[in-house]
Design a protein around this ligand. Sequence first.
Ligand code: SF4
Length: 84
Amino acid sequence: MSKFERKPGVYLCEGCGIAEAVDMDELEEDVTGGFDFSVSHCKRAASFCTGEGYEELKKDVADGEVNQAIIAGCSPRVMTREFD
Ligand code: SF4
């Protein structure tokens, strides 16, 4: 039986007004803060659907650094094509 090594990465998007509505520092601390469900690979960007954030996310997956990308941002229905 092969064992799948989980490599989760959490991507906290600050775009679309999220950073104005959510305490991003606290959110990042909750993600990385040493709980049982903590994820050490956590990044923030002004956008993960375009630009540098998008390229960084794609590179992390292409490099094998992350094989489970959790994007904390808009509804999956909004950017389905970009995140597929
Ligand atoms: S990933 Fe979603 S929340 Fe973030 S900038 Fe793009 S559309 Fe907005």
